[in-house]
Design a protein around this ligand. Structure first.
Ligand code: HEC
Ligand code: HEC
Ligand code: HEC
Ligand code: HEC
Ligand code: HEC
Ligand code: HEC
Length: 260
């Protein structure tokens, strides 16, 4: 059965179930959501484009540990890290010269390049226990991902990440909130708030590569593609809150209104 056909069957089953059998099957189960790591490992990566090949263990990197101090823009725009693990040409020579990790890991902003094992340890859960320390602060919490509502915590001022190292962004603020409607099935639309995204990201993190600048011109913008890591899935599968949090994107969603 095609995706469309399956979703219509689920819709009909839900209607019948709602009428006669009480609880409606959880729609979340319909989508093959990827399994989630525990909060302390959410957003953690092991960088191994060159390490193993060159006789050192892969470099461990934790997003929640770094994003508490820096916005995405600092690393993914100013320092030119790509948003896909093992695609940036990070080398030890570049780090020592003050690029990439070395922009901060220079012994002044953070520990220096001499402390090899702090990075090259091959442990995806390295430093996991520090999340508990971070959570002693009055951060706003969620039940998903790393457990922190970064948007609300930023606005409350309980996190205050730096937005640049050397070059301040000249992008004018853009606050437009978009309502993205599904085209072929009745389901509460997804919201896309530019404000919450611009507080963390540069326009160029999304435009023009991930999304066309004109609303509704991005083709085949649907849950199956998002779950394959395209569009919203570029960030909302691995670093920003995960796809399981249906209601945060579809505010009108309740377990009852699936497909009605
Ligand atoms: C702040 C973190 C960090 C520290 C500290 C660090 N490295 Fe790296 N290093 C990296 C990253 C990230 C890469 C790219 C990894 C990859 O693609 O596999 C890398 C790459 C390497 C490579 C791959 C080959 C090359 O030429 O780039 C070697 C070998 C290496 N580091 C050795 C070391 C040694 C030895 C030390 C200590 C003297 C050290 N590193 C300290 C983060 C670090
Ligand atoms: C301190 C630097 C730093 C900050 C801050 C940072 N990132 Fe990253 N991010 C990285 C590095 C390094 C990689 C791996 C790049 C590589 O290996 O080519 C990465 C990879 C990613 C990936 C790919 C993950 C994967 O599994 O392939 C995504 C998505 C991502 N970042 C999103 C974000 C978002 C969203 C933010 C802000 C909330 C953010 N990053 C903040 C450094 C950072
Ligand atoms: C924008 C600045 C910045 C960049 C870029 C950055 N870091 Fe960090 N990193 C920090 C700061 C600040 C800390 C916390 C302070 C400290 O531990 O010295 C930290 C802590 C860490 C830790 C925790 C070590 C521990 O055991 O406490 C690891 C591991 C780490 N960084 C790896 C990396 C790697 C690998 C890269 C590059 C892929 C990288 N960082 C890029 C600023 C940065
Ligand atoms: C990160 C945001 C985000 C999250 C989280 C999210 N969705 Fe979506 N969803 C979207 C977007 C964007 C669309 C496309 C809207 C459109 O068609 O314009 C969409 C579309 C849909 C559709 C319409 C069919 C389709 O594939 O386009 C359904 C049904 C749906 N989502 C259900 C869910 C359910 C159930 C969850 C929780 C398991 C969920 N969504 C979580 C963003 C999200
Ligand atoms: C996290 C991703 C993301 C970031 C960052 C982002 N945008 Fe967007 N933008 C979108 C999406 C998604 C759409 C809707 C695309 C569609 O419907 O095909 C959009 C649409 C737009 C539109 C068209 C709106 C309309 O009503 O037609 C403009 C203009 C725009 N963005 C400007 C900006 C500017 C300026 C910035 C930086 C301040 C920015 N965007 C940052 C994701 C982003
Ligand atoms: C380039 C990365 C990126 C992409 C692509 C992206 N987001 Fe986000 N989004 C974020 C980050 C970072 C946050 C801050 C919260 C967090 O990290 O959990 C966020 C927050 C949100 C919020 C929460 C706003 C609030 O007030 O709490 C919504 C809703 C949202 N995104 C929807 C979407 C939708 C829908 C799409 C696709 C059309 C999308 N995002 C694409 C990175 C991204």
């Amino acid at each position: 059965m095609s995706y469309q056909a399956r979703i219509i069957v689920i819709a009909l089953v839900s209607l019948v179930a709602a009428a006669f059998l009480g609880p409606v099957p959880a729609p979340a189960e319909f989508f093959n959501l990827p399994p989630l790591p525990p909060p302390g490992k959410y957003g953690n990566i092991l960088i191994d484009r060159l390490s193993t090949k060159n006789g050192v263990k892969p470099a461990a990197f934790s997003h929640w540990l770094h994003r508490e101090k820096y916005t995405c823009r600092v690393c993914h725009s100013e320092l030119e890290f790509n948003m896909k693990v093992n695609t940036t040409e990070i080398t030890e020579a570049a780090n020592v010269a003050g690029k990439y990790c070395g922009a901060c890991h220079n012994g002044r902003i953070a520990f220096g390049q001499d402390q090899c094992k702090k990075c090259h340890n091959g442990e995806i859960g390295r430093g996991e226990e520090k999340l508990a320390q971070l959570l002693l602060r009055p951060l706003v919490r969620t039940d998903y991902g790393d457990g922190i509502d970064w948007v609300a915590s930023l606005r409350k001022g309980t996190v205050a990440p730096l937005t640049y190292l050397k070059t301040q962004s000249k992008e004018p603020p853009y606050d437009r909130e978009l309502s993205l409607e599904a085209e072929w099935v009745k389901f509460p639309p997804a919201v896309f708030p530019h404000k919450a995204h611009s507080e963390w990201l540069a326009c160029s993190n999304c435009h023009p590569e991930v999304f066309n600048i004109k609303k509704k011109t991005t083709l085949h913008f649907s849950m199956p593609l998002i779950l394959k890591g395209e569009f919203c899935g570029v960030c909302h599968l691995s670093v920003a809150f995960p796809m399981n949090d249906c209601k945060r994107c579809h505010p009108g969603y309740t377990s009852k209104n699936i497909m009605r």
